[in-house]
Design a protein around this ligand. Structure first.
Ligand code: PLP
Length: 371
């Protein structure tokens, strides 16, 4: 029956992880997958999450009944608040709603399905969707899969400058009457401060935009396998919001019907308790600070080695990842000769660096560039 089914290509980032796992070299380093690691190279269960897990286990009032289709209300509202800000005018005007989703990916999926059905006319598959070049590869796939036939890149990365191509970026996007769909998968990781990292989302609201914002709690809560995400909807007015949410409910019903509870409870309990909230912010800062120190360290080591090229972009970029600017040959050299695994694009996860492996990584990058 399935004799004609072709083999699908592996998902790039998980292939990198598998190749890493199979590599017997004791010096191997994984700079691929976007997950936080401690300075010992280990996954980190946030101390606040451990604490809240105990609170949840001890709570006899909880059960395993279905959650509402749109999710746990106290999770949805508190999650939207950290994106938009406690005092957001849009929240005060009762035109913000949310859908609890299966991770950030689920939030993008539900948003994309809604837009295909209801943006620019019912079931319009020809509406162009713009994604940055480069972007997380799943952005293209999620929108194409939702039925959009025209997913286009907009200019974002200037390879020469190793930074933002601002004029290209503005040139591709300005005056196109676009609907804004933010993807906030790393809030807190860029600066260590939740509010600072949410600046762009809040700015767009002050400018009067309606929008969607997909949020992932995989990274900033370390809840990767709990699949906890939120789709925040900022609508024009409360009536509009009500109708949009009613359609979202229909989409969720045929997608996963009802969301899982554990991750959403962990996040909701944390965000709704001032002490736990502040402890979580400290935990996020711990992760962000480690990334910042690895950035500073990698740049300093490459400069000390006098590796050809400039390396200031390593500290100028923000967040969990860095586009190193290494070319495909250099990437291949690092993987094949040094067992240092990274994406073909030259992107590295800064959390894969530790005080123990950073000299090896810097020296290997140096060799890849001079060879
Ligand atoms: N958006 C971006 C840019 C990401 O990098 C990721 C995860 O890697 C996600 C969304 C999705 O995260 P989740 O694992 O919560 O689905």
């Amino acid at each position: 029956l399935f004799g004609e089914v072709p083999q699908a290509t592996p998902v790039a980032v998980f292939k990198v992880t598998n190749d890493f796992k199979e590599d017997p070299n004791p010096k191997k380093v994984n700079l691929g997958v976007g997950a936080y690691r401690t300075d010992e190279g280990q996954p980190w269960v946030l101390p606040v999450v451990k604490k809240v897990e105990k609170i949840i286990v001890a709570d006899d009032s909880l059960n395993h009944e279905y959650l509402p289709i749109l999710g746990l209300p106290e999770f949805r509202s508190s999650a939207s608040k950290i994106a938009l800000g406690e005092d957001s005018p849009a929240i005060q005007e009762n035109r913000v709603g949310a859908v609890q989703c299966l991770g950030g990916t689920g939030a993008l999926k539900i948003g994309a399905e809604f837009l295909r059905r209801w943006y620019n006319g019912n079931n319009n598959t020809r509406t162009p969707v713009y994604v940055s070049a480069p972007t997380w590869e799943n952005h293209n796939a999620v929108f194409v899969n939702a039925g959009f036939e025209d997913v286009r890149p907009y200019k974002y990365w200037d390879a020469e400058k190793r930074g933002l191509d601002l004029s290209g970026f503005l040139g591709d996007l300005e005056r196109r009457k676009l609907f804004v769909f933010f993807d906030s998968a790393y809030q807190g990781f860029a600066s260590g401060c939740l509010d600072k990292d949410a600046w762009a989302v809040r700015y767009f609201i002050t400018q009067g935009f309606e929008m969607f914002c997909a949020q992932s709690f995989s990274k900033n809560f370390g809840l990767y396998n709990e699949r906890v995400g939120n789709l925040t909807i900022v609508a024009r007015d409360p009536d509009n919001l009500k109708r949009v949410l009613s359609q979202m409910e229909k989409i969720v019903r045929v997608t996963w019907s009802n969301p899982p509870s554990q991750g959403a409870r962990l996040v909701a309990v944390t965000l709704n308790n001032p002490e736990l909230f502040s402890e979580w912010k400290d935990n996020v800062k711990t992760m962000a600070d480690r990334v910042l120190s690895m950035r500073a360290s990698l740049r300093a080591k490459l400069e000390a080695l006098e590796t050809p090229g400039t390396w200031d972009h390593i500290t100028q970029q923000i967040g969990m990842f860095s586009f190193t600017g290494l070319n495909p040959n250099q990437v291949e050299y690092l993987i094949k000769e040094k067992s240092i695994y990274l994406m073909a694009s030259g992107r590295i996860n800064m959390c894969g660096l530790t005080t123990k492996n950073i000299d090896y990584v810097a020296e290997s990058i140096h060799e890849s560039v001079v060879n």
